[in-house]
Design a protein around this ligand. Sequence first.
Ligand code: ADP
Ligand code: MG
Length: 393
Amino acid sequence: MNIHEYQAKQLFRDYGVAVAQGAVAKSAAEFDAALAQLPAGKIVVKSQIHAGGRGKGKFTNGFAGGVKIADNAAQAKELAGKMLGNILVTHQTGPAGRKVQTIYFTAASGIAKEYYLAVLLDRATSQPVIIASTEGGMDIEHVADHTPEKILRRYIDPAVGFSSHIGRDLGYQLGLGDEQVKQFGKLLEGVYKFFLEKDCAMVEINPLVVTPEGKVEALDAKVSFDDNALFRHPDIQALRDLNEEDPKEIEASKYNLNYIALDGNIACLVNGAGLAMATMDIIQYFGGKPANFLDVGGGANEEQVTAAFRIILSDPSVKGILVNIFGGIMKCDIIARGVIAAAKNVQLTVPLVVRLEGTNVQLGREILAQSGLAITAADSLSDAAKKIVAALK
Ligand code: ADP
Ligand code: MG
């Protein structure tokens, strides 16, 4: 789960991480009250969406920049009016962009130098890793591609934990002076503690800055949490913003379906995450494009399969469906009945190819064949992929 910058900064404050004062507005009527909470001086107006690259983003109304610096409150109000309610497109949103429904006003900080700091989970070593760079404010993927030597990494052994020498060491490697190293160490300790205690998947501060007065401060904050640990954090769950999520994915989560929308036109319904990945791969291999990832789980019931069909078909770009089920714990005849019931229930209008394998597969295939529905049976993964790709041509 992702949260907004303003929410992440509130959490940062609880962990002693330095951030500028800010205030939120969710409608134009709230602009004045929010701006009144800020000190006089320059104000940064920040669109709140769950995507990065806002500063360089562009609104579909032609207005450029999802993060703007205003000289005063009146100008901030005017800029905010151009952002709120409009669609912001950044390199992370995709061409459809995201509607800005919240504005965050924050006191502008002077910037002497920008840095990059992140904590995330490194899957290869099964350890948290701290990533820092002197190349802040830039796209970190670009830095990694072009100047990988400018990216510093510190792996934290969870059995040993964080220790202050890591912060000092990293601070000096970033070229900070003694006083800034002290501040950086304290900030990093707070960020790391937050990462661990709240079961984050990633905490990213880009840029982390040193101000002309010598203060180390987080100007941006991007945080995502491990969904599997959210049950332990009702306070974090309360920060969920459904406006930022795909309605199909929200619906799927109600039925415990692992669904992720993609931009192709062949929907897949599969049991098991590995098989679902393989199904997407083979659709691509035969020239098609998957419309989604969907793992209905090992023990999916008829209700879940029906919900899955409904969600898949609510996507107007879906032009065909590939069902790929391996009947292990679940028997193929039960799956076949579920598919038929679901297909009848949702009034199927696109080609459906079904590949069943495993326990009671013969019975399952017979049930499908006798259903009277226009279902194309397939007897291998590649046969299924070829048939659905051909059906769309
Ligand atoms: P994004 O990463 O989505 O583009 P940021 O919050 O990083 O959004 O803002 C983009 C740029 O705007 C930053 O790299 C920084 O140069 C500037 N900026 C952001 N917040 C502030 C602030 N409080 N004071 C001064 N400049 C800021
Ligand atoms: Mg940023």
